[in-house]
Design a protein around this ligand. Sequence first.
Ligand SMILES: [Zn+2]
Length: 403
Amino acid sequence: MTDAIKDSTHSQEPVVTCFYCGDDLPQSEFSDEHIWPAALGGDYLSPFWRTDDVCARCNSISGVYVDGAFIRGWAGSRERGHDARMYLSPTEPLKTVLPLDYLGKLTDPAIPSGNVADWWAGPCGATIVHFRPEETSDLWKSYLGGDPRAKKADAGRAYMALASNTEYWLLGALGSFKKHFKRAKRYIVTPGLPSNWTAFEQVNREDPLQAAELAVIDAMLERAKAGQSTPARLEMDLTNVGQRWLCKLGLAIGCQIFGAGFGKHADGELLRRAFREANPEKRKQYKVRGSAYFSGVGGLAFLAWPAGWVLQLQVLKETLSLTIVTPSGQTMAVQVTDDQDLISEVPADIVAGQAWIVVPSAARAVGPIGISDYVAHITKSLPNADLKALETNCIDPATLPAC
Ligand SMILES: [Zn+2]
């Protein structure tokens, strides 16, 4: 296979083995892969979490179907919003943009047919409804906001009703709304939009489509005023959340430490098959050790960092594993290898345990640092200078302007 491809390239272009598919391909078919996703702060991590040894096709497929399934799902969305307020600037509301909270799909029969109405909550109680075309496949049902690729053709219409008159939260809500619905048409339902905010439109009730959609939103706001709830459906797939993503991370870490040849080793092959298998039933045959999002125990919650992801790589019980502590203190883990020949090649600092702390809302990361140094810092036994610097960006949300 390698030779056949080498012969067919007719050039001196070097051939590289892709970490994810294991194919030997010309270097021009490779692209920069965030092993740790950019949406979770991958840009701020040390070079260990990036690689040029993933082909563009694998990069794109894993971004949408593997990383995306976790990041755009309910669990990923909740985690991204967890404690994000702790990194807001008390004076500059737009310095950090808060993620929105997903509340479900509205079930109002008045929603124009063929459309879905997603209900989101913005900062300080803003109500947001996003009308978009219905998913064409069940695959996208657990992606909040539907098929991420469909946005290119029709990103729908997003409406926001503001709940606060405070300038700080007004600007914060507009900033979050704009960032979240980059491609959609954005309407502000509340009158009196600041004139310098040209990224939004005031609603036009003469427009038949807008009128139909606004009727749904008006009914919601009326119900809220009367203290009644709005019916919505939250589609949560609780099985194996993040499992494919963990397998991808395990494979990539193995390749970073042992070289692309790890993909041909039995442990690498197992991780690859599990990561590439879309069908969860078929994936069960691959006995990868670890714990997906909802199956992870919360016992490591004390290791959590406010709004941060704590990534730990360590050899424990003769096994190299990645453990992730999420912003809310959930644990996710994947075993990379327990082959002692490979373990003997692991650098001593990783054997002892290294940690990376990445805080997307602070646009910063720390690491690698020793896990013992991390624990010493968070238990206040011995402060670590880099972590102290990360903490200086933290605020007490109670000091923010009132809603
Ligand atoms: Zn590939």
